[in-house]
Design a protein around this ligand. Structure first.
Ligand SMILES: [Cu+2]
Length: 259
């Protein structure tokens, strides 16, 4: 039983905030013709630094916005898969898709999950998640808005990033900038090789300025997730009781070592 609780939420046991992240991790953030045209995407809901996955229901929406113009649902491409974080004692429900890039330009993949009930925090969580993939060298569409309920609009091109680059984004809720939104930042510690010297290192916490803009200097190569958190105006009902709904705007970017 003790182990069961730990799997739900390690940091909640310590009375700390527990950072959840919607995740779309593509096999690459930049696709060149030489590498082939098929992209693999993993879709999951996790504590990316601590290596725990939650069970994820089939998402409500999953799609791609191509070059800022053409929006296509990719829900039919999603296949159920069991994935295990490095600290999980068993695999969890997640999703994956294969997508063939056909034309040059930027591909904004987006995800709208079904509300996730988190007992440790007594609330529902819905993370509107994005990742941008550049196709065949044409840089067009990475800053396009999908039009999600809450969304991070990148102000830094979200691919081709070096370690040490500053990543900036504008947080919107219902299409308007969301000043002073708290943004949680986590490294995708896929194999568990990075150790946090103390709990506050697990999740970096920054805030938007009065215009809803945040910035973060990326300290390490790999995938980084930014989750801008707000509360939905409407509540959802759980066991006959109204419960709050955390809405997160999430974006994932990859940084590379400069050699
Ligand atoms: Cu959790």
């Amino acid at each position: 039983m003790r182990v069961g609780i730990a799997v739900i939420c390690l940091s909640a046991m310590a009375g700390l905030a527990c950072a959840h992240f919607g995740m779309i991790i593509p096999s690459d953030d930049i696709v060149t013709p030489e590498e082939g045209r098929v992209l693999k995407l993993r879709v999951m809901f996790a504590h990316p630094f601590e290596g725990h996955l939650m069970e994820m229901e089939r998402p409500a929406e999953f799609g791609v916005l191509f070059r800022g113009r053409q929006r296509t649902s990719l829900l039919d491409l999603l296949r159920p898969v069991k994935l295990r974080g490095y600290a999980d004692d068993k695999p969890h429900q997640a999703w994956e898709a294969e997508y063939r890039l056909r034309r040059p330009g930027d591909y904004v993949f987006y995800l709208v999950p079904k509300p996730y009930w988190e007992p440790a925090e007594d609330k529902f969580i819905v993370h509107y998640t994005k990742v941008v993939v550049n196709g065949f060298g044409m840089e067009s569409g990475w800053d396009a808005e999908v039009g999600l309920k809450t969304e991070i609009i990148p102000l830094t091109r979200p691919y081709g990033l070096y370690v040490g680059n500053v990543f900036r984004g504008l947080v919107k809720v219902n299409g308007k900038p969301a000043p002073f939104t708290e943004v949680e930042v986590e490294y995708y510690n896929e194999d568990g090789s990075v150790k946090a010297p103390a709990p506050p290192f697990v999740t970096q916490v920054i805030k938007c300025d009065a215009n809803g803009v945040f910035s973060y200097s990326i300290p390490r190569a790999g995938w980084w997730g930014f989750a801008a958190l707000n509360e939905e105006a409407e509540k959802l009902v759980k066991d006959g009781e109204e419960k709050p709904v955390e809405i997160g705007a999430v974006i994932w970017v990859k940084a590379y070592e400069m050699r």
